[in-house]
Write a protein that binds this ligand. Structure first.
Ligand SMILES: [Zn+2]
Length: 225
């Protein structure tokens, strides 16, 4: 029996785990609370900046970058923490929801997370893999009896950071001040070297998110029950 984890993060791509929640992970891990991560693709459709020739080489590079990132976060220091890497096609997660659904269900059972974190309905930026990941996690969560559901958090962006809001946008209703962990978070972000342009764009658009990580927690609908 694996010890229950504090936070289970479910995302499609290597690097999705660190920009929005690296500080929160560092916070939990530093308090000796185990965390788990499911990465659904190897990110082999991402930018390669000329660092490699083929999708296979990029997949291998990004695996190493993610391992370095998790090492920097101290992710696997706690014996109950875990990382599961899958190889669903980057860019086509939506075509594999039938295969992904049982994996997510098993992860809920195995890790008994207090909190599950994934993308919001709009994928934060509309990326189809982000949207599909939201859909599959939400469907598994909805299928659980209400008293067995973990808390459900989504990545979120402040409305004033955005020009136009995508359909399904959800505003943050909690913000974690992770400024105490900013040095390690930046170091972990920097591990995703092949995604340097994405990293630079994220820092340029959302610098506040380095020190303050906003989330949308799904709260019980007061009209139901
Ligand atoms: Zn992503």
């Amino acid at each position: 029996m694996v010890a229950p984890v504090k936070l289970l993060v479910i995302v499609p791509h290597p690097d999705d785990e660190v920009f929005g929640s690296g500080g929160t992970l560092l916070d939990f891990l530093s308090h000796n609370e185990p965390c788990a991560l499911l990465t659904l693709t190897t990110g082999d459709a991402g930018r390669n900046l000329g660092l490699c020739e083929t999708r296979e080489e990029l997949a291998a590079l990004r695996r190493q970058e993610l391992a370095d990132c998790l090492d920097t976060l101290g992710f696997l220091r706690h014996p109950a923490s875990a990382h599961e890497q899958y190889t669903f096609p980057d860019g086509d997660v939506a075509a594999h929801l039938r295969d992904i659904t049982p994996l997510i269900h098993d992860a809920f059972e195995t890790y008994q997370p207090e909190i599950v974190l994934t993308f919001p309905p709009d994928g934060l930026n509309g990326h189809p893999d982000h949207v599909a990941t939201h859909q599959v996690v939400k469907a598994v969560w909805d299928a659980l009896p209400p008293d067995r559901r973990p808390r459900l958090w989504y990545y979120a962006l402040q409305v004033e950071w955005l020009g136009t809001l995508l359909p399904g946008y959800l505003p943050p209703n909690r913000v974690h001040d992770v400024s105490a962990f900013v040095t390690q978070k930046l170091r972990a972000m920097g591990c995703h070297r092949s995604q340097g342009i994405t990293l630079a764009n994220t820092l340029r658009r959302f610098p506040e998110r380095v020190t303050h990580e906003p989330f949308h927690e799904v709260l019980p609908d007061p009209r139901s029950g």
